[in-house]
Ligand binder design. Structure first.
Ligand code: UTP
Ligand code: MN
Length: 451
């Protein structure tokens, strides 16, 4: 039964507003972490300052938040020293802390059950002074704190929960979605959660939102000019797929608002027998490349998984096999890159196209293919081109992938891992309990909010 938006909002707000006890717990942990960092910093006699940033400092966090603490260094310290000291402080403060390194080294640990990131950065006043990717964060922080009204904090929480529900929240490489800062800016721009939802119906690929004027052009699917830096697009991490999913969800939500947009139902897990049946029934060809997932941080791993998917896809398409859909997932310690082919078997013969007849090279094409053992016809005229029928090298996509895997550029760590060991599974070989969750999700194309 359709419910009123007000009722749904009230219900969700109740679920996502931190309780006084939860607030107290977060505050206590943050305070003790800041004190520990202060103590650790004393050893250096440099003007270093710790600060809590992100949603816990802006009061826009959802239950079970992460804690983001930045350690701000004066600009006179070299990048090398800053990185070294940043990691030293991280080791000092976070027992069992783990050094993480995507573009910028920082330390991650778990304290009182919270995920904690200790991130070194430079203390800057203007964005032009920035030396690392994270230096703008304290300026973002100030902007949000100065502009976001008390009653808008719940609007940010609603928007984050909605985006989480439909699977488009987080700018990390794994998701390629909306960042926390971006949700805050959207609420600032449009005023409330519901106004963001309504406004999104007018968004198109390349849509541009300026919180301050900017001349700079961007290529990304959504452009949101950073109010503290006119040269930067805050939505640069957002993929087209996630943008369109969001717009589609907004439309559907306005048509029939319901809580499932915020808390979706997972697709039912299929039995392996059902999976085998569905694969057979579809009549497409399923092929999965399985290998040990390289042990690198997600921000490094996921771009490589996408590259791997893309390279194999391109190889297949160039050889005449057309892809119906593809996807990937980390299953336990393995990476599974899945392709579903619309065309997977081709005849022995293919048409090989030469130059247009009036180009000089046409003559050498004719000479070469008149005497080639792979030619099954004489070169002949087809429209403006010379063509020749030749024997196809790969008649089945399975053989093609097997033969070329070693020479494709799949991402540095993935290439290494595949060299060590990999397997290729096809069709019903994928109906394995191990992959049942992934295949269930893949085979069920329902949107997260649908039944
Ligand atoms: P988070 O991703 O934790 O975002 O980044 P958030 O605003 O706290 O939102 P939620 O509620 O946890 O999801 C924390 C801080 O790190 C900065 C952001 O600006 C934010 O202040 N950050 C994050 C960067 O500077 N660079 C990044 O690549 C990621
Ligand atoms: Mn955070």
């Amino acid at each position: 039964m359709p419910q009123s938006v007000e009722k749904i909002e009230a219900e969700i707000i109740k679920r996502i507003t931190p309780s006084p006890e939860e607030r107290k717990k977060v505050e206590t942990t943050v305070k003790s972490l800041l004190e520990k960092v202060e103590r650790s910093i004393k050893r250096y006699d440099l003007n270093i300052e710790p600060m809590a940033v992100g949603s816990i400092a802006r009061d826009t966090w959802l239950p079970d938040p992460d804690i983001d603490i930045f350690i701000a260094f004066p600009l006179k310290i070299t990048l090398k020293d800053m990185e070294r000291i940043g990691l030293e402080i991280g080791r000092d403060v976070l027992e069992k802390g783990e050094r993480k390194y995507a573009e910028h080294p920082y330390t991650h640990g778990i304290v009182d059950g919270f995920d904690v990131d200790l991130v070194p950065c430079y203390k800057i006043e203007k964005p032009e002074q920035r030396m690392t990717a994270v230096d703008r964060s304290p300026l973002h922080q100030k902007y949000v704190i100065d502009h976001l009204k008390e009653e808008q904090k719940k609007e940010v929480r609603l928007l984050k929960r909605f985006m989480k529900g439909i699977g488009v929240y987080s700018a990390e490489a794994k998701v390629q979605g909306f960042s926390g800062y971006l949700t805050e800016l959207l609420v600032l721009k449009y005023g409330s959660f519901m106004n963001v939802i309504k406004s999104a119906l007018n968004w198109r690929g390349g849509f541009r939102i300026e919180l301050i004027p900017s001349e700079k052009m961007f290529e990304e699917p959504l452009v949101v000019i950073d109010p503290i830096d006119a040269q930067r697009n805050v939505a640069s991490a957002l993929s087209l797929q996630n943008l369109t999913t969001f717009i589609h969800a907004c439309k559907e939500f306005l048509k029939a608002p319901r809580t499932e947009f915020f808390y979706p139902k997972l697709p039912a897990k299929l039995t392996t027998q059902k999976i085998a049946e569905l694969i057979k029934k579809k009549g497409t060809f399923f092929l999965a490349l399985v290998f040990e997932a390289p042990k690198v941080v997600e921000d490094v791993l996921y771009p490589q998984l996408r590259k791997c998917e893309h390279s194999i896809r391109t190889l297949c398409i160039q050889n005449g096999f057309s892809v119906h859909n593809s996807d990937f997932e980390i299953v336990g310690s393995e990476a599974v890159i899945l392709f579903e082919f619309e065309v997977f078997e081709l005849p022995k013969v293919m048409k090989h196209r030469g130059p247009p007849i009036w180009i000089k090279n046409a003559e050498s094409f004719y000479e070469k293919w008149s005497a080639d053992k792979n030619a099954v016809s004489k070169p002949y005229v087809d429209g403006e081109h010379l063509v020749v029928d030749i024997l196809r090298k790969w008649m089945h996509v399975h053989e093609l992938v097997k033969a070329h895997l070693g020479e494709l550029s799949l991402g540095k760590n993935i290439n290494d891992s595949i060299k060590k060991r990999h397997s290729i599974l096809v069709n019903e070989e994928l109906a394995n309990e191990k992959y049942a969750d992934f295949l269930s999700r893949y085979l069920n194309k329902k949107m997260p909010w649908e039944d």
